[in-house]
Design a protein around this ligand. Structure first.
Ligand SMILES: *[C@@H]1O[C@H](CO)[C@@H](O)[C@H](O)[C@H]1NC(C)=O
Ligand SMILES: *[C@@H]1O[C@H](CO)[C@@H](O)[C@H](O)[C@H]1NC(C)=O
Ligand SMILES: *[C@@H]1O[C@H](CO)[C@@H](O)[C@H](O)[C@H]1NC(C)=O
Ligand SMILES: *[C@@H]1O[C@H](CO)[C@@H](O)[C@H](O)[C@H]1NC(C)=O
Ligand SMILES: *[C@@H]1O[C@H](CO)[C@@H](O)[C@H](O)[C@H]1NC(C)=O
Ligand SMILES: *[C@@H]1O[C@H](CO)[C@@H](O)[C@H](O)[C@H]1NC(C)=O
Length: 447
């Protein structure tokens, strides 16, 4: 990294402590549960785990002039293979910002006292229509986050879920799952779970990943671009029930210090209502928020999943989809004591303009709807944008890319928000959640 680029990045810290009682499923004494049924990644520090969270990122952020049409026939303007699916300029401008977010994440991980030990990606890995060409492994991932320009994060394992854009091109999801075998740093599946353990096992986090596109009512419209083969394969009521049953098992059997649920779409977020994701408005009633497509018992999926989260109270539900950064709580936290934090990290490439972010909601502790609406590169970034696509003459939409770094100990779960406008400081916001009473007991199990 050049020192001129580093000068763009300075850090301000805003520390806010929230007393937050969590339910850590520590009580199981059944030996049968002591063998971990999920993959475990053993990490390097004692007593602490540190990881990055990024969402909504794949917009061809690599230096496209190093590719030729001969290398997979890729559209050198960064357009989705089916132009009907996307906004070509958004992909092009978004690529610049994706690259910038990757470089900023590398710098933040480098400065963090424990570094970043792995990355959580909360979906929309490949815009606008999914993994439509194998060259996108290079243009969107390898050559953006795993090069010498990002030395600190270069060798990290990524745990990925799928967003609505990942399901558009036929075969996109299956190709992303198949890539697990090609590159061990890429972990992805529709519905899955895994754990990470600190070196001394005093901190253990269990993640349960859910594929939420099948929940979204509007995607089932015959005219929706998300009503694809992948959607139809995964959107049956029985498949939804199987996902919810899986999540219940993941949470109910956990003996980890902390549980986290991952899903692409927000439940409580700045662009969602005080309930469910506003983009998933019920097609039959435009005034009502989408409670979700039905499961096998005819119950709405979003509502069922919220019920599971309320029952087991994971420390966090992490999502993307809204291209912004936020942290909030259940609208009924106060009345019912629901303590899960709802974290949106959807600004990995093209942030939403403030106009599209419905502002501050009472249940949100933070809502970073402060992105620049539209910047003129010549004016706002003298000397150009410090990304590989340097010199793009077009105005860039948005401007405030972002990601989280999460630092977890036996007694605290701290989520730092890094936001980076081009040419402006990176800011760090901190939320600290205290576990009920002292260190969690080591249950002596595999997980
Ligand atoms: C993905 O999940 C399916 C269903 O649980 C499982 O059969 C498959 O082995 C998983 N694939 C990978 C690569 O983990
Ligand atoms: C998806 O679109 C098809 C028509 O292409 C329609 O028959 C179907 O009902 C739609 N929804 C689902 C969930 O398949
Ligand atoms: C949902 O359907 C997909 C595609 O058929 C399948 O791969 C997946 O395992 C199913 N999910 C669950 C939780 O059964
Ligand atoms: C919150 O509680 C109120 C009052 O009981 C209820 O009407 C509302 O549906 C609840 N909201 C959610 C998202 O559960
Ligand atoms: C950007 O700003 C420069 C300098 O003020 C101006 O010459 C140029 O026309 C602007 N570009 C756009 C697209 O507005
Ligand atoms: C992009 O690649 C071209 C061709 O190799 C090179 O000339 C150019 O300097 C690169 N741009 C950046 C910003 O790295």
């Amino acid at each position: 990294m050049s020192s001129s680029l580093l000068s763009y990045i300075s850090v301000a810290v805003f520390a806010i402590t929230i007393t937050h009682v969590v339910t850590c499923a520590q009580s199981a004494t059944n030996d049968a549960l002591c063998k971990c049924p999920y993959p475990v990644q053993k990490l390097g520090h004692k007593g602490v785990i540190s990881f990055a969270v990024i969402g909504d990122w794949g917009r061809v952020g690599a230096n496209l002039s190093t590719y030729s049409a001969a290398q997979g026939g890729y559209d050198t303007q960064g357009r989705c293979s089916n132009p009907a699916y996307g906004f070509a300029d958004d992909d092009y401008d978004g690529g610049i910002l994706q690259s910038y977010a990757g470089i900023a994440m590398d710098a933040a991980c480098e400065k963090h006292p424990y570094g970043c030990e792995f990355v959580i990606s909360v979906g929309d890995n490949f815009y606008e229509c999914g993994l439509d060409n194998p060259i996108r492994w290079k243009t969107d991932w390898l050559d953006v986050y795993k090069t010498d320009k990002t030395p600190t994060i270069k060798n990290l394992k990524w745990y990925n879920i799928f967003g609505n854009h990942d399901i558009v091109a036929d075969g996109s999801v299956d190709a992303q799952i198949a890539y697990n075998k090609v590159n061990p740093d890429w972990v992805a599946n529709r519905t899955y779970a895994f754990e990470v353990h600190s070196k001394d096992k005093s901190v253990r986090i269990r993640f349960g990943a859910v594929d939420t596109s099948p929940f979204v009512t509007s995607y089932a419209k015959a005219t929706s671009k998300y009503n694809t083969t992948e959607f139809r394969n995964t959107a049956s009521p029985q498949n939804i029930t199987d996902q919810l049953t899986y999540l219940t098992r993941v949470l109910s059997t956990s003996k980890a210090t902390w549980n986290v649920v991952l899903g692409h779409h927000p439940i409580f977020g700045p662009e969602s209502a005080n309930g469910y994701n506003a983009e998933a408005l019920n097609i039959n009633d435009a005034g009502a928020y989408d409670l979700g497509r039905p499961d096998a018992a005819g119950n709405p999926s979003w509502q069922e999943m919220l019920g599971i989260i309320r029952t087991y109270q994971p420390v966090a539900y992490m999502c993307g989809h809204d291209h912004t950064m936020s942290m909030g709580f259940d609208v009924n936290k106060t009345s019912n004591g629901y303590n899960t934090a709802y974290i949106t990290s959807g600004a990995g490439s093209l942030p939403d303009s403030p106009c599209s972010v419905a502002g501050y909601r009472t249940n949100l502790a933070y809502s970073f709807a402060t992105s620049l609406d539209k910047i003129n590169v010549t004016e706002a970034c003298p000397g150009g944008i410090p990304g590989p696509n340097y010199g793009n003459p077009n105005p860039v939409l948005g401007g405030m890319v972002g990601f989280n770094i999460v630092t977890v100990t036996p007694t605290s779960f701290k989520v730092d928000y890094y936001l980076s406008a081009l040419g402006s400081p990176v800011k760090t916001y901190t939320y600290t959640s205290k576990a009920p009473s002292g260190a969690m007991p080591d249950v002596g199990c595999e997980c």
